[in-house]
Design a protein around this ligand. Structure first.
Ligand code: DP6
Length: 342
């Protein structure tokens, strides 16, 4: 009853920011992302065993407690319920990139956890069921359960049965596309996404306009991805990211995730695009200051050069489009048979 999965974050080109149901994690709008290749990844092992005395979870080798533990146990509880088992659970999860700093560690973490927990319990869930399971812990995680280009359909049903990710195109559809992540700050963010987006929904006047505009932006993005139309994909990515961050600024009290380094990156990319006479890169920022620079492989060096010269850029991760979660061999397990981290 032990299983280990590797999953990767995803980068949203049309963002999810705001829930219509917080308990079931149902979004206000549909969103579109691509799942990243494995230069950034989470590995998670789950063990259900009657020999365990209590539920335990380790994140990056540190024992978790409080809210962090509760969120991981939420997935374990749903799986235990579905599988009709009452065994205690041990979970160990490790990221090879900064946690909770706008590189979607919750997306890869909960996608890996949903896959490993359901597999450890022998549930054999299909991708739609896995996406719904991951969504219950963190919205964006429902997109990381699938590879390639993904749309999270917001759904209409009250119980969230139709709010899950679907693949628009596999990773092989556009292998030239990269997400060059420029790390502008690797610490934890001050306000978490859940609290931040709830506050935006409640207090931002701009937000209603965003929700009104999104269906047409989503349709354009879907079509641009299908056509591998980089100019439109980059333009819409920047437009949607800036629009989401504008609603954050319009939140009372305001939420500011971008820092002066992020602003420097925006300027550098605008200059690069202007000097090339076309868009060679589109920037997009999640709930953090780190830039996701979307560009094609042939332009990665150029994009990197224009940003690397800025002060305070700590590191780059160059990610291609990834194929989604994979099951790892038993020897890769992060847990011993007794449920202790190895
Ligand atoms: C800005 O999925 O972290 O990255 O559902 O409350 O856990 P919760 O939020 P989360 O929000 C991600 C927001 C975003 C945009 C996106 O990935 O679509």
């Amino acid at each position: 009853m032990v299983s280990t999965f590797e999953a990767t974050p995803n980068i949203a080109l049309i963002k999810y920011w705001g829930k219509r149901d917080s308990k079931l994690v149902l979004p206000q709008n549909s969103s579109i992302s691509f799942t990243l290749g494995n230069s950034v990844k989470t590995v998670t092992s789950v063990l259900f065993s009657d020999r365990l005395k209590e539920d335990v979870a380790w994140l990056n080798r540190k024992k978790t407690s409080g809210e962090e533990l509760a969120r991981m146990l939420l997935i374990a509880d749903l799986v235990r319920q579905k599988a009709s088992i009452s065994s205690k659970v041990a979970i160990a999860s490790e990221n090879n990139f900064p946690t909770a700093a706008g590189i979607a560690s919750s997306a890869s973490g909960f996608a890996a956890l949903a896959c490993a927990a359901s597999d450890a319990a022998g549930l054999g869930l299909n991708p739609t069921e896995l996406s719904i399971l991951a969504r219950m812990a963190s919205g964006s995680a429902c997109r990381s359960v699938l590879g390639g280009f993904v749309e999270w359909k917001k759904g209409e049903e009250k119980d969230g049965g139709d709010s899950h990710a679907v693949q628009i195109a596999p990773a092989s559809h556009w292998p030239e596309l990269h997400d060059l992540i420029a790390v502008a700050e690797s610490g934890r963010k001050k306000i978490g996404s859940s609290a931040g987006m709830d506050r935006t929904v409640k207090t931002s006047g701009l937000y209603a306009k965003r929700i009104l505009d999104l269906p047409s932006r989503i349709a354009k993005m879907r079509q641009a991805i299908m056509l591998r139309d980089s100019q439109t994909v980059f333009a819409l990515s920047m437009e949607d990211s800036m629009n989401m961050h504008a609603t954050m600024l319009d939140t009372k009290p305001p939420i500011l995730y971008l820092n002066e380094r992020s602003m420097g990156i925006i300027e550098a990319i605008e200059e690069l695009n202007a000097s090339e006479g076309k868009l060679v890169c589109g920037y997009t920022f999640d709930a953090g200051p780190n830039a996701h620079l979307i560009c094609e492989g042939k332009d990665v060096a150029k994009v990197k050069k224009s940003v690397a010269k800025l002060h305070g850029i700590e590191k780059f991760y160059d990610c291609i489009v990834g194929a989604g979660p994979i099951k790892l061999a038993a020897k890769e397990s992060l847990l011993s048979e007794a449920g202790k981290p190895v």
